[in-house]
Each structure stands twice: as C-alpha cells, then as structure tokens.
Design a protein around this ligand. Structure first.
Ligand SMILES: Nc1ncnc2c1ncn2[C@@H]1O[C@H](COP(=O)(O)OP(=O)(O)OP(=O)(O)O)[C@@H](O)[C@H]1O
Length: 233
C-alpha cells in the first residue's frame, strides 16, 4: 500500500488555487524530491499531509488513513518556518521530543548535535538561523517513523553543513521509510533522491525515478527542472 496517496487533491485559499486535482502515490522505501517553482503548492501539500490544512476536495491518505491523531505517529514533519519555542535550550528540546514522541532516538540526536558542535545549553533564541535549522532537522530526523516530510530543510545552511546534513539523512534513514523533501537546492540533494515529483500551479507535471531521467533524458534533475520551468525570454 502507498504510504502517501493523493486522489484529486484540491485546495483553495479563498479564490487562490493552492492544489489543483493532484493525484500521486508514494511507495515505502523511497526518497522523493518535491520540486516546483515558487507558489506551486509544495508547502500546501505538506501541510495537508500533516493535518494542518484540510483539502477543499479530494483526499490525501497516509497509510490509507486521513491525516489526524492516528497518522501523527507515522509522520515526522519539518515545517517551512521554525516552530520551536525560542526560550528553550537544546537539552529542553531533547526532553520535550522524548516525552512527546516514543519513537524519538535521543542518542542519535545527541550524536548529530555533537558532530555539528551545537552546545546542549544553547537557547534557540541565541542561535543563528542556520543553526536553528540544523537543530530542527536533527530533531525531526531522529524520530523513527515511516514518513518524513521536510519542507525546505537546508535553505539557510552553508554548503559544508548541507553535505553533512544530506549524509545524516541517508545514514539515519531506515530503508522502509519514505522521505518527501521539498527544496529549491536540487543540485545539492539530487544524488540522494530515488524519485522526483514536479508540480506546477498545484498540478502534477512529472513523477519519475531519477535513474530513468538520467538514462532516458540524459540529463540531471537540476537540468530537467530548468528546462521544464524555463521562462520565455
Ligand atoms: N495562507 C494563504 N492564503 C492565500 N493563498 C495562499 C496561502 N498559502 C499559500 N497560498 C497560495 O497557494 C499557492 C501555493 O503556495 P505554496 O506555499 O504551497 O507554494 P510553494 O510551492 O511551497 O512555494 P515556495 O517554493 O515559494 O515556498 C500560491 O499561489 C500561494 O500564493
């Protein structure tokens, strides 16, 4: 069964169309890039999957169930904007995640924090934007869940840290889990992707494996994206 399935998923914000009859299935064990120009509906899709927005019509199912209390334990979500209370220290956040999520692997999180030289006593509000992003991603990736939804996880971090984070995602990733990652930094992440989903104006444009793109089209995902979404000159 698909871990995430959209059937004719449509979302209106008043009169603005966020998603337009999007149908999609993600299979277990895949790392999937959710790619599209600004305003194409990526965040809207991830918010619906996490139960933060409800569809206007159509359905989104997580392991066959509508997002809600039953699906929360299956999904680890990194939102677009930080949601961490900024007075908290790293240790307090680790305690919080341990209490809140029985699947949280504290040891793995501590290991990554040490590797990135993030002090356990530092408060969120004292951190740079990039460090805050790193902490948040570490917390989200240290849960042992079936579906990870990451909305722009590496936008604010430097290239060396990006490499470390991408490596971390891979080493922490259980082969039966699924990861859906929305990003504009395609060249940085494409080597870890199994599949890509291109969306534009809320509609599905392409859902294909990266191997197929390379073999059949003879180009990288980054090249294909630039070609598909090129503006007329
Ligand atoms: N709260 C909102 N109210 C009204 N319109 C919204 C709202 N949130 C998103 N939209 C609209 O829905 C569409 C999809 O937006 P969404 O944020 O999902 O795109 P995105 O692909 O994540 O964009 P980006 O790459 O810029 O982050 C856009 O036209 C956007 O303007």
């Amino acid at each position: 069964m698909a871990i995430l399935e959209c059937k004719d998923l449509t979302k209106y914000y008043d009169r603005t169309l966020g998603l337009d009859h999007l149908s999609l299935q993600l299979e277990p064990g895949r790392i999937v890039g959710l790619l599209g120009p600004n305003g194409s509906g990526k965040t809207t899709l991830l918010k619906i999957a996490n139960g933060l927005l409800t569809p206007s019509s159509g359905q989104l199912l997580i392991d066959g169930k509508a997002p809600g209390p039953d699906t929360r334990r299956l999904v680890s979500y990194l939102p677009e904007r930080t949601y961490l209370s900024d007075w908290m220290t790293v240790v307090q956040l680790l305690d919080f995640f341990c209490d809140f999520y029985p699947d949280f692997d504290r040891e793995a999180a501590e290991h990554m924090l040490t590797a990135l030289e993030i002090s356990p006593t530092q408060r969120i509000k004292q951190m740079s934007k990039g460090t805050r992003e790193k902490v948040q991603l570490i917390l989200v990736m240290s849960r042992r869940t079936r579906l990870y939804l990451l909305d722009e996880p590496i936008g604010g971090v430097d290239p060396a840290t990006r490499d470390y984070i991408i490596h971390t995602i891979l080493t922490n990733f259980h082969p039966d889990s699924t990861l859906l990652i929305s990003t504009h930094l395609i060249a940085d992440v494409e080597r870890i992707l199994d599949d890509v989903v291109f969306i534009s104006r809320g509609q599905l444009v392409l859902h294909q494996s990266v191997d197929q793109i390379r073999q059949e089209r003879g180009c990288s995902v980054d090249d294909l994206f630039r070609e598909v979404f090129r503006y007329a000159e």
